[in-house]
Design a binder for this molecule. Structure first.
Ligand SMILES: [Zn+2]
Length: 475
């Protein structure tokens, strides 16, 4: 029975990178290699447990880490076997039984403890798999299925070799069980995992360059937020829309990290594998390589210190969580947004010169959507809109974007001054013309318009007026 295209697309395009890539590897595997295909299916299950456990542990710590039993387990989380990961996932979520949960934790809780809808076919296959592993058939609940898969994994690591027919039989039981678990992770599509590679301050906001790690390719994105996230950390996020900063972001370090794999010479997502003395080791399921990047030791040490009461929860999460609405939002460009934007601006400018105004506007709107910091794109768009004369409000908005990016752009200040004169708003007009003159004292047009408006530019009394504060311009 073939897996539905819908499920395949969901896994390969929406689920976190390690799942998407290992699933693709599984699908590309030789059909007849039942043993390897089963191993990859089990790897998908392991990754699922580790991702969900990483989110759960960090959510639990963020909530204050008040369960002493769980804290003891976490203190010895230095060589976690799959069973340990599953244990902290289960106990971590149980902690939230009667506590307020974030929407994400609520999803995880429902996923693990909610009623399991599983088909007759899957129940039969699980029964058959359990028999072959000499264990009891699972009840219809998620944890029982997970326990069964852990038993399978341990048997595969340490058990006897099987005949090809037995491997095939096992594969045919495991496949629908694992795929059903992945199918139940639909909520994860709303919680992308992103790696924050760089944070810069621009125009009073924090500009984040991130790699979106959902699906089988990393995708570069940007967002701006009023508060910065830590760079070089992997976050699980929630976005209200693609163009905005996340309304929620939680660092998953050091349980999941994003690192350059020195063996396969590319970035990978790794899971905490082992802490030995001062050496921390991570494992990537996508490439199978191990990595020992020392910088993550301090993240794990901070957690141990927090569990021992030496570090406060605020210190543990400083820069590692974002939990409130961020009003200002921008872009989510895909590839080399600046290059594409520059091309669109050039096209827009050509069209404008040839008076193909509608076309120019279309190109330039795309350009500003792609790179909201492209001053030239905003300026040309504003000019085109003004020329077309149908969307004056948008033209004003675009000129203001230019002056926000560059208050010294005298031409944009002058254009705004002229628009406000047209609109009969002399207060706003004066303020803008004064700013134009301040930016370019030789601008004769600004000087003359100001004189026409009845104020000498040299008195300068209005120069300090913030144009955004003049009532008439607020509309
Ligand atoms: Zn590698």
């Amino acid at each position: 029975m073939a897996v539905s295209e819908d499920l395949k697309d969901f896994i390969e395009y929406k689920l976190p990178y390690p799942l998407a890539v290992v699933y693709r590897n599984y699908r590309n595997q030789d059909e007849e290699d039942w043993q390897e295909r089963t191993r990859l299916l089990v790897a998908l299950f392991e990754i699922t447990v580790k991702i969900l456990a990483s989110i759960t542990i960090k959510s639990y710590l963020l909530d204050g880490g008040k369960d002493s039993n769980l804290n003891e387990r976490l203190k010895s989380f230095t060589r976690p076997a799959l069973g340990h990961w599953l244990e902290v996932l289960r106990e971590g979520l149980k902690y939230f039984k009667d506590r307020p949960r974030t929407p994400l934790v609520n999803h995880l809780y429902e996923f693990l403890f909610g009623r399991l809808k599983c088909s007759e076919e899957i129940q039969q296959k699980a029964g058959r798999l359990a028999r072959s592993l000499e264990t009891a058939p699972p009840k219809a609940d998620r944890l029982a299925y997970f326990d069964l898969l852990v038993t399978l994994r341990n048997k595969m690591a340490h058990g006897a070799r099987l005949s090809p027919e037995e491997y095939r039989e096992r594969f045919e039981c495991v496949r629908p069980i694992v795929e059903a678990q992945l199918n139940d992770l639909r909520f994860m599509a709303d919680y992308p995992i992103v790696y924050v590679s760089e944070v810069k301050v621009s125009s009073g906001l924090f500009d984040h360059i991130v790699q979106n790690c959902n699906g089988k390719d990393f995708e570069r994105q940007r967002f701006r937020a009023e508060e910065p996230l830590d760079d070089h950390q992997l976050y699980i996020c929630q976005f209200e829309d693609l163009k905005s900063a996340p309304v929620f972001a939680l660092s998953l370090s050091p349980f999941m990290v994003f690192e350059y794999c020195t063996d396969c010479k590319r970035e990978q997502i790794f899971f905490l594998n082992e802490l030995r003395g001062k050496k921390i080791e991570f494992l990537s399921y996508q490439c199978g390589h191990l990595l020992t990047p020392p910088e993550h030791i301090s993240d794990l040490q901070d957690i141990f210190d927090f569990l021992s009461g030496k570090v406060s929860v605020e210190d543990l999460f400083r820069g590692r969580v974002l939990g409130r609405k961020v009003p200002r939002t921008l872009v989510s460009p895909t590839q080399d947004e600046k290059a594409i934007c520059a091309r669109l601006v050039a096209l827009g400018e050509t069209c404008l010169l040839e008076e193909r105004v509608e076309e120019a506007i279309a190109y330039l709107r795309k350009a500003v959507a792609l790179d909201p910091d492209a001053e030239a794109a905003h300026f040309l768009l504003a000019t085109a809109l003004l020329y077309q004369g149908e969307a004056i409000d948008e033209a004003i908005h675009e000129y203001k974007e230019v002056t926000r990016l560059n208050p010294q752009n005298a031409l944009a200040q002058l254009a705004l001054g002229k628009i406000f004169i047209e609109l009969g708003d002399s207060t706003a007009a004066r303020a803008r013309l004064a700013l134009a003159l301040e930016a370019d004292p030789a601008n004769q047009e600004a000087r003359e318009l100001l004189q026409t408006l009845g104020l000498s530019p040299v008195t300068g009394t209005f120069i300090s007026v913030d144009p955004e504060e003049t009532g008439s311009e607020k509309e």
